[in-house]
Design a protein around this ligand. Sequence first.
Ligand SMILES: Cc1cc2nc3c(=O)[nH]c(=O)nc-3n(C[C@H](O)[C@H](O)[C@H](O)COP(=O)(O)OP(=O)(O)OC[C@H]3O[C@@H](n4cnc5c(N)ncnc54)[C@H](O)[C@@H]3O)c2cc1C
Length: 475
Amino acid sequence: MDGMTAEPVSVDQGVIARLKTALGEGGWSEDPSKLAPKLVEERGRWKGTTPLLALPRTVEAVAAVVGICCESGTPIVPQGGNTGLVAGQTPQGEILLSLERMKAVREVAPLDDVLVAEAGVTLAEVHKAAMAANRFFPLSLASDGSCTVGGLISTNAGGTAVLRYGTMRDLVLGIEAVLPNGEVFQGLKRLRKDNTGYDLKQLLIGAEGTLGVVTAASLKLFPRAASRAVAIAGLDTPAAAIALLERAKYESGGAVEAFELMSRVSVAFAVKNIPGVREPLGDVWPWYVLVETASGEDGAAERAIERLLAGALEDGLIGDAVLAQSEGQVRSLWRLREDLSAAQKPEGVNWKHDISVPVSRIPEFLTRADAALLHRWPGARIAAFGHVGDGNLHYNIAQPEGGDPVAFDRDRDAGAEVVHDIVAALGGSISAEHGLGAMKTAEALRYKSTVEVEAMRAVRRALDPKRIMNPRVLF
Ligand SMILES: Cc1cc2nc3c(=O)[nH]c(=O)nc-3n(C[C@H](O)[C@H](O)[C@H](O)COP(=O)(O)OP(=O)(O)OC[C@H]3O[C@@H](n4cnc5c(N)ncnc54)[C@H](O)[C@@H]3O)c2cc1C
């Protein structure tokens, strides 16, 4: 039984009354219209229930809620922007603790290149605050208007700039959190060097709400680039894309900010289903790459991409390319990439796999997975795309055109097993950036070693012996 089909838990009314008193007026809600959007996840695949929405505004209020829940053994699910894609933020009877009222950017410190933000601040607000101080926060996700600092940390989010700047794990210098016993961990340091034992903040990053509630974080800032350039290229094979990536890194002096691969099927869905999206190149290509470079020097990013594309065209690595000439063209190229997921929705039932393999093994993964899936599900439409510079693909499969959606939906887990077995054989991961949530936890047990799972369980038991924090998520 996975975490989404488990029986909902029930919470004692006396505990609910104590929580309401601790949170005070405006600090909680049972209003169905306020709860409704927080109980359905992005893709509408799972619906949740909760007896109480806790809306604390301070770290002290979060500590009071967790303290009461710890003492009474009451389970809690933390939630940020509710953009998670693995049902980790959807309660099944647990108390729902939303960080939406913890919205302050507490400090921007340009000399330290640090921004301190509370958990409920959205990624777009972080970008804005960094920009106002003439700095840059590099994490970039299509959900940036809604996803929050707390959620990004708890899922160790990735996105399009990992190639150059790393995941959230690389971008956090300090964390303030309430641990499962209700105590506040004051770890809001801003040090780039601190070798004083186990790094508790790194345990909380990627913990998906199982080791405590993140209430604030200090984030790394970077200088703003003087020039940026974005281009799209058409190619015949994923192997050509990997060869182009290697060239791009050297041509730009390591300044490739994004390198995204898109299959023809995924681009065709976007052109067909998203109003305003057009074919990016004159001809149709089996594969496309969107590449972005940046530089501290005026015009240098454009020059690097021009050199890259000219050389690749001459050597036959790519067949065609366009360099964006205006901010509008940059936006429309990125829009094409960011709309690929939404473009699949009208195509019926879709299976989605967020996988990673070593970059060099991407072509082999695609050859093996495509063959295995099409052999078993002829006509399935493979809409692969993603952050190929990180070895991360969103390997999505749309049902055969005109096929039976119910039958295809029934085979979802069988399809995932085929894909994930190939990923495991190539030394990859079945969750590159979205986490495990309640959706993939059982599946992950098939691939993790007992040693690793038992070590994780021991850490969790030590910090949360009653398993109150997001109990259906992780091991
Ligand atoms: C259009 C779209 C594009 C996306 N693109 C990407 C992408 O490129 N890369 C990527 O990595 N992800 C992507 N995502 C997934 C999602 O945006 C990220 O996982 C994001 O980090 C979730 O943030 P959130 O605030 O919405 O968290 P939520 O969805 O609310 O929660 C996610 C998890 O974190 C836990 N959590 C939330 N807040 C806290 C807290 N304060 N303390 C402890 N635990 C907490 C929850 O319990 C849950 O387990 C995308 C999603 C969408 C809808």
